[in-house]
Design a protein around this ligand. Structure first.
Ligand SMILES: Nc1ncnc2c1ncn2[C@@H]1O[C@H](COP(=O)(O)OP(=O)(O)OP(=O)(O)O)[C@@H](O)[C@H]1O
Length: 594
């Protein structure tokens, strides 16, 4: 009950925040419409008395009033619905935005890897769709409270014992709450198969993997797996719903018995001459209304409890993904790098895996260096990049930027000072100008900045080939959207990475994987040249991950990772001369090309 009241408060506050005028109109209409029902029972009772007493004029007046009340009862809630429907849409959008902020607004991305948090987000996404129903429940609930109060007063006027009738609503309420808990448990327990099934569905219908699915003939396998996951999800949900319905029904039966007893009580009073015929009519009509009120109350309470549960879940999620703010005392970052970035005994395990993918990484990247990170698949290169971006915190050890521990720095401040291009880059289906400009929001619409970034990423050619140049709408989701090749999308992503003028750290994690080796080589030659010039002013570090040694050899410093450990560090010549893992990998690739 408290949870439902809290849910009402939350929804009312949201409605008020969204549109005060509309909220007031909706509430007033709902309350007036709700009041009409018990008043109609009262006037009907009075009219019956008037008919029995032969007061024709009084009976006609009461009849007309009944008609007016009936119209109010039947129509006001519809007008109110028009007013609060839009409020509900706004509240739904607000909820989605809060969920998006929680999901993507956190400084780290660790919560995306944690299945229990992914499950919470799945459930919340579904629950967010029910806000319209919740707003409906809130408005009806407000009307119901008023109607029940007036009903109670009228019933007490006939026989105080009749007040027990609304009290008999308690068992269904308790049962309804228990039933909702059962459903909630079922939803949580089936969130994982639901999420997996949805992923399989998206995979099966995604255009990006359509080719691969056909070549490997995976469609049948995906459909079968999808079917199994749905069966698991719906089976679990059906069992939960069945149990909840049984519990719910038991509560309703208790009320039904009380209702029968109440009607018998009034009939007995009338038979023994303790009330008029009007009272009988009043109570019979009101008792029906009490029945409806209680049934509605139980349903509304369930909806409100579920919504309140959703708000609580959202709060809990927010708390779980929140990273403590380093506060005002947090050390600031240097304007320019003087010594560089030091990884001191850094180890890292992804949440919930218990397996260290980086162990005791100890390395110093001097200010102004162009650094390549190499290693075989799974060696830990991307993980290292993610730690440097501050997406995750090291499990142990420190990352020091000019001696300042990154863990103590505000993640936002650090993000403002870095830039990045990733292998799994985003394909923003926007106009080219925005797609690239997003890399530096303050300059998102600045054509000179965007053109300069495209130039540095050697992506100007992509734009030149597009029908509307920078204004070309990208993406298949748009009717007139231009689709690009993988390499063209990647060049734009690189342009995005080039938007920030002087980041302290530019990380490029296989940012040219979709380009051919010659194009990658040309690109990195240009990067290396630019990085050399920029770093003189800001001490900036350019760190890139690449499997192509023609690119890697350009670096001032090469970090070779093996099974999450630093195997070797040095420049190309030194590492080849050392004859270790780097030399071995380099020779392998050189042989493949010769
Ligand atoms: N999100 C994750 N959750 C759990 N384990 C992960 C996650 N991402 C990577 N790993 C594991 O961490 C190890 C290192 O992965 P990482 O992506 O850093 O390697 P990499 O050197 O970049 O590989 P590649 O050259 O294939 O891109 C791998 O064993 C991988 O399975």
């Amino acid at each position: 009950m408290i949870e439902a009241i809290r849910g009402c408060g939350h929804l009312l506050a949201t409605a008020w925040r969204m549109d005060r005028r509309r909220a007031v109109v909706a509430v007033v209409l709902m309350l007036t419409g709700a009041l009409a029902a018990p008043l109609m029972a009262y006037v009907l009772g009075r009219m019956t008395g008037e008919v029995v007493a032969g007061d024709a004029a009084g009976a006609v007046r009461s009849g007309a009033l009944v008609a007016v009340l009936a119209i109010a009862m039947l129509t006001f809630s519809h007008f109110a619905h028009i007013a609060y429907f839009e409020l509900a849409e706004m509240a739904e959008q607000d909820f989605d935005e809060q969920l998006m902020a929680v999901s993507n607004g956190s400084p780290g991305i660790e919560h995306h890897e944690r299945p229990e948090l992914a499950d919470e987000i799945t459930v919340l996404r579904q629950e967010g769709r029910q806000l319209e129903g919740a707003m409906d429940a809130l408005m009806n609930g407000l009307g119901l409270v008023l109607a029940m109060t007036v009903t109670g007063v009228l019933l007490a006027g006939v026989n105080p014992l009749l007040l027990l009738l609304p009290l008999a609503a308690l068992p269904p309420l308790v049962a309804g709450r228990a039933a909702e808990r059962i459903r909630d448990r079922a939803r949580t327990a089936t969130a994982e198969p639901t999420r997996v099934a949805l992923n399989l569905f998206h995979l099966s219908t995604s255009a990006t993997v359509a080719g691969e699915l056909r070549v490997f003939q995976l469609s049948r396998d995906l459909v079968d797996r999808h079917e199994r996951q749905w069966a698991r999800a719906t089976g679990g949900l059906a069992r939960g719903h069945f149990l909840a319905t049984v519990v719910h029904t038991v509560g309703q039966v208790v009320f039904a018995l009380a209702y029968v007893a109440a009607v018998l009580l009034v009939v007995r009073d009338t038979m023994s001459g303790r009330g008029g015929v009007g009272d009988v009519v009043l109570v019979i009509v009101l008792a029906v209304q009490v029945n409806q009120q209680v049934t509605t109350a139980v349903t509304l309470l369930q909806t409100l409890q579920r919504m309140s549960g959703a708000f609580t879940r959202l709060r809990r999620l927010r708390a779980q993904v929140a990273v403590p703010d380093p506060g005002a005392g947090a050390p600031d970052l240097p304007e320019r790098l003087r010594t560089g970035i030091t990884l001191r005994d850094v180890s890292f395990a992804y949440h919930g895996t218990g397996r260290q993918v980086l162990h005791g990484v100890d390395v110093t990247i001097p200010a102004g260096a162009r650094v390549a990170v190499v290693g075989e698949n799974g060696a830990g290169k991307s993980t290292l990049v993610k730690l440097l971006c501050g997406f995750y915190q090291p499990t142990s050890g420190q990352i020091l930027v000019d001696g300042v521990d990154l863990a103590a720095v505000s993640p936002q401040r650090w993000r403002e000072r870095i830039s990045a291009g990733f292998q799994d880059f985003a394909r923003y289906e926007l106009a080219v100008r925005r797609n690239v400009g997003l890399g530096d929001l303050p300059h998102v619409d600045s054509e000179p900045h965007v053109r300069d970034a495209l130039d540095r990423a050697q992506a100007a050619g992509v734009v030149d080939g597009l029908p509307d140049g920078l204004d070309t709408q990208l993406g298949r989701s748009w009717t007139d959207g231009q689709e690009l090749s993988g390499g063209q999308w990647q060049r734009l992503a690189l342009g995005r990475a080039m938007m920030r003028g002087e980041p302290l750290l530019l990380v490029l994690d296989e940012p040219a994987s979709a380009l051919d080796p010659a194009a990658e080589h040309a690109l990195f030659e240009r990067f290396a040249d630019q990085a050399g010039r920029v770093s003189q002013a800001s001490g900036a570090i350019t760190l890139f991950v690449s499997h192509r040694f023609s690119t890697v050899r350009m670096a001032d410093l090469i970090i070779v990772l093996r099974d999450g450990e630093v195997a070797e560090v040095g420049d190309h010549a030194a590492l080849v001369a050392a004859g270790g893992l780097y030399a071995e990998l380099f020779a392998l690739q050189a042989r493949a090309y010769s």
